[in-house]
Structure formats: structure tokens, C-alpha cells
Design a protein around this ligand. Sequence first.
Ligand code: NAP
Length: 403
Amino acid sequence: MVCCFLNMKEAGNGVRGSLSGALACDVDKNNYHVHFSLHAHLGRQKELMMLLRTLTGTEGVSYVAVYMERPFVVFTFLRQVLLTKMEIPEVLLSSGQKMPLLGMGTATFPLPPPHQVTSILVDAIEVGYRHFDSAAVYASEEPLGRAVTEAIERGLIKSRSELFITSKLWCTDNHPDLVLPALKNTLQKLGMEYVDLYLVHWPVRLRKEVPIFEFSGEDVIPWDMKGTWAAMEECCRLGLARSIGVSNFSSKKLSQLLQHATIPPAVNQVEMNPAWHQVKLRGFCKEKGIHVTAWSPLGANGAFWGSLSVVDNPILKEISTAKGKSLAQVALRWLHQQGVSIVVKSFNKERMKENLKIFDWELTDNELAKIKQILQHRGCPGQSFVHHDGPYKSLEELWDDDA
Ligand code: NAP
């Protein structure tokens, strides 16, 4: 451990310069602790707070102010408080569980080698992410589980219970008898005793033998919504999933599900971003107490299911320039102001940090009105689930009238 001891009373610019170096080390390597001695205190508090704001890259300073009154501050603790307790608010789900409103996505194809994904996800925990969105089909469960173990070993978190872990039932397992074995398989891969949230990935069943991403409309077969949901409820009762929910469900399909449900879905995770507002579906979910999580919040630029509809949008570019925020931050902040939670994927440590900085500023009514004008377009329509002989004969039947 490297300790930098600084008496602020005597600290001139040169000393503050070397302090900056030490704090920067801490951010990169995570195991440098910096102690401040505030003998001179009050006169220099504001200055030190400004310095910490710059170095931690956060504008939130209220926790700094609290701890500044104590004689010693351990910087890593302070950073953790700033990043986790203050920056990521939570939502209370209908299940009674709290979920961080911003999570890290883990879907990318092809997925980098598992040890690289593990290291990336440890970085995500280090910079402050506490909610991770995984799925059987992403092949990210094993590397995520290992990242959690490594983060505990490195002291980044004390236990798995500090994290909110989501996974999803893939369509080949969307059958009443296959739900529990699929979740047990997921838990084995994660090396965990429970997931915080288990979602039915799509309102679709695929033939069992179909390889991942090699399916077509012909492989889609009718599914038993009532039976699958009863099996999801069983997973919840067994304590293997603390909350259960769905993904890519229209309001009509949610209505049907609610008729059978003893445990209502806590979450509906759907595509949503400034280019796909989901106004009708959000209205329905709000009425029914179902929390909406936005996937592809940046339009999944670079992914085969994504587009540049968000990152190349001129209205967002204009707001981003005027506001001095990145376009991604504007898109994420817009989602936050719509009352939904977000799962955003970045495997780049700088962009991970950038995406976290959306909670201490806001878009004005004028800016929100501009975003309302953006041309609407569903980025990932799920065309491969449609077939003239299958249960969904058109995209309208898949999405009902939630245009
Ligand atoms: P996304 O989060 O909208 O976009 C990810 C892309 O944006 C990546 O190429 C990423 O590149 C880039 N990016 C991230 N931060 C950026 C920034 N600040 N500036 C510029 N580019 C940035 O797309 P997504 O991965 O589709 O959605 C997020 C998560 O939602 C997924 O990972 C998955 O967990 C979940 N999801 C769920 C479903 C479902 O059916 N339930 C479907 C799709 C996705 P870098 O990694 O290089 O930063």
C-alpha cells in the first residue's frame, strides 16, 4: 500500500500536484490508499473537494463533505461511497427487491475469450457497477461468476449479495419442464445459489435441438405461457430466483400473463432508447406495477442486432454539444428521466465510467421535447421469430399493437 500523507495547511501547488499522481494510481490499480490529514481543515476543504471531484470524475460531493469533517479519509472507501451509494439509485420492484437503475450488459457477439470477459467485468465492479445483465444465450454467465469471485478476493466487494445479477431463460428451454433445469444450469455456471432476477427472454419457444443463432422462423413452435410462468414461479418459491420477470413482451402478452400469474412479473426488459420510446408499453407497465428495463439503450451500435440510430442522431448530437455531455450520456440520461432502468454494455473501462455519470445533472423540458421528435424505429424487430406456418405469422402478431 502506498500512503500519501498531506498536511493541507502547508500544502502548496507542488504538493497538490504529487497528490494528484497518487490518486490517479489509485484509480488505475485499485490498491493504493491515500490518507489525508486535515490539520488545517476548514480553509482548504473546498479546495480539496474540488480536487477530489476532478480526480474521481464525479460531480457529487456531498459525501465528501461529510467525511471531510473527520481527520482521516481513506480514498478507496470514499470512492466506493461516491460511485456506488450515491451515483446509482435503485428502484423497488413489486417483488420487494431493490434493483440498481443502471446495470452492465454482457451481450456481444462474438464474446471475447472468457478470461478477458472476466477481467472486463471485474473492471466494471471496480468502477462501480453493481447490476449485471446476463443470459444463457450470451455465454457470459461463467465469466461473470468468475468476475464476482475475483472481485470478492480483491476486496472490491465483500460478498455476492452486494450485486444484482439477472439471467434469462433461452427460447429452447421455454417449456414448463425445462425451466427449473435451465435455471439450475445457469446457477451452476454463475457459481451462485440464486439470481436476483430471472427473465423469460422472449415470448417464443424454439425447437430444443436448434443451435443458438442458427434458428429460423420454421424452428418456432407454440409455447405454453401459463405452464412456463408456473415453472418460473416455482423457481421463485424455491429461492433460486429472488424476482422473476419477462423480456420482449407486448402489453397484450403481459395482459394474458397477468391472468395466470400468482406472482406477477416484476420486470419487462425491452428495447428502448431515444429512437424507440415504447410509450404505449410503458404506460401499460406503469399501470400494472411492472418495472421497465431498457436494453440497447445506445441502439447497440456495432452489434449485429443494432444500428447507428442513436449514436448518429443529429438531435442528440446537438444536445450533447450544447450540454457538454457525451451523446451516450444524453441518451442514458433521457432513459433515466423516463423512469426506466437501463442495462448498457461497454467493455471499455473509460466508457464504463462515462456511462455512470448521468445521475447528477438533468435534461431540460426543452431538450426532452426535442428528443420526443426523433423518428421512431424498432431496431431489433425479431424477424427470425416470424414464419407463415408458425405461432407468429407477422411482426404485428409478435409485438401486437405496441408500435
Ligand atoms: P447498447 O448498450 O445500446 O450498446 C452497446 C454498444 O455501445 C457497444 O458497441 C459499446 O462499445 C458501445 N458503447 C458503450 N458505451 C458507449 C459510449 N459511452 N460511447 C460510445 N459507444 C458506447 O447495446 P446492447 O448491448 O444491445 O444492450 C445492452 C445490454 O442489454 C446487452 O449487453 C444485454 O445485456 C441486454 N440486451 C437484452 C436483450 C433482450 O432481448 N432482453 C437484447 C439485447 C440486449 P464498447 O463495448 O466498445 O464500449
